[in-house]
Design a binder for this molecule. Structure first.
Ligand code: NAD
Ligand code: DAU
Length: 340
């Protein structure tokens, strides 16, 4: 049995990863460590916790004594590090928490790893946003210079460099992944796709930034999970692996908004043009040749099919996102787990 730590496992990608890993790795015991910030929601994992399939630890990755105590008590054979402040617009309003969690929090984990289990694999889950913005052509390669434009992406770039430096300096067994935009079940409805789906379902305006022609490369969260398993198993320490959507999933925001409205049979008049995000990256696109050639990974879920199943999930789980929109979800941990 392998003890596997998943930081940020109560968030969107982390919780989907936990479900995916449970299906694909029978010999793993999963330990989810999460602070349950506004973005963490134990309802995402409730059935798994209740069934005893995973262990939950409420902790702050930026708290060195707390993290050290956890690493001293439990030896982790493998760590997937998702915990982060993840929303660009929030980082524009206030950057401090992004530095604390994304940079300091990552360093705290590296310190704990070095002190307790320096040979164990650490997968640092990062983002294509560290490369900055593309013009109409080209794709990000692992060798593309870092050029982050938001406090969020700058904090992720800083954390990537700390991880790579720890491999060189201390010989840690860490790998960095940089993925494009994810979508799927349990995505917090401040992000573009779930915000637009849930607003459309409530006949609320869909706030489209700028001219709506910014392009994102969409990847279903299960495809991301599959890539992370491959990197965890066979990625080379000190390497960066880009993970991304196929060319057909590189789509301007306006078109995605129209696809969502069409699927829900809602009028396009719900789209409301609003002021653009400052320093709004124009286009992301990933070259995933390296992970494809080295580890055999490629995206499997076509965007049209993934968007349809995601919309169906939001239709079938209205209670989940309504609890978030009303703030009720924030009481879930207190009611069900505190004091256990
Ligand atoms: P999310 O915001 O949904 O989840 C983040 C989780 O981290 C939450 O559960 C939150 O409670 C937890 N967390 C925050 N601060 C913490 C702290 N100090 N200690 C412990 N836990 C803490 O984010 P997500 O969209 O699931 O993204 C997960 C990771 O993947 C992030 O590192 C992000 O940068 C990266 N990423 C995201 C995307 C995307 O499209 N969402 C794409 C590429 C990479
Ligand atoms: O590329 C990977 C990144 O993707 C991750 O690292 C981030 O954690 C994740 O949040 C995401 O960043 P984006 O800024 O691309 O995602 P977001 O959902 O915020 O926005 C997607 C696009 O939609 C972007 O061009 C901005 C636009 N948008 C977003 C919102 C929230 C709108 O037009 N209106 C909105 O209300």
């Amino acid at each position: 049995m392998k003890n596997v730590l998943v930081t940020g496992g109560a968030g969107f990608i982390g919780s989907n990863f936990v479900r995916y890993a449970l299906k694909h790795r029978a010999d793993w015991k999963l330990h989810v460590l999460d602070l349950l910030t506004y973005a963490g929601n134990l309802e995402n994992l409730a059935d798994l916790i209740q069934a005893g399939q995973i262990q939950f630890i409420k902790a702050d990755i930026a708290d060195q004594p707390q993290i050290d105590a956890i690493f001293a008590q439990q030896r982790f054979d493998l760590t997937f590090h998702f915990a982060a402040e993840s929303h660009v617009d929030r980082s524009i309003l206030s950057a401090t928490e992004f530095v604390r969690t994304n940079v300091l929090g990552t360093q705290v984990l590296l310190n704990a790893l070095q002190a307790h289990t320096p040979k164990q694999r650490f997968v640092h889950v990062s983002t294509d946003e560290v490369y900055g913005s593309l013009g109409p052509t080209g794709r990000f390669l692992e060798t593309t210079p870092l050029d982050p434009t938001s406090p969020y992406s700058a904090s992720k770039a800083a954390s990537d460099l700390m991880v790579l430096a720890a491999v060189k300096t201390h010989g840690l067994n860490a790998v960095v992944t940089r993925c494009t935009n994810n979508y799927g079940p349990y995505q917090f409805p401040e992000k573009f796709i779930p915000l637009f789906i849930t607003n459309a379902l409530e006949d609320l305006a869909l706030p489209l930034y700028g001219d709506g022609m910014n392009v994102r490369s969409w990847l279903h969260v299960d495809d991301h999970a599959a890539a992370l398993l491959a990197v965890g198993d066979r990625g080379r320490a000190g390497e960066v692996y880009n993970i991304g959507g196929a060319e057909e999933s590189e789509i301007p925001n306006l078109i995605v908004a129209q696809q969502i409205l069409k699927a829900l049979k809602k009028p396009e008049s719900l789209i409301k043009r609003v002021a653009d995000r400052p320093a709004h990256d124009r286009r992301y696109a990933i070259d995933y040749t390296k992970i494809n050639q080295e580890l055999g990974w490629s995206p499997r879920i076509a965007f049209a099919q993934g968007l349809e199943s995601t919309i169906r999930w939001f239709l079938d789980n209205k209670g989940w996102w309504r609890n978030i929109k009303t703030g009720e979800y924030l009481k879930y941990y207190e009611r069900n787990y505190q004091g256990r």
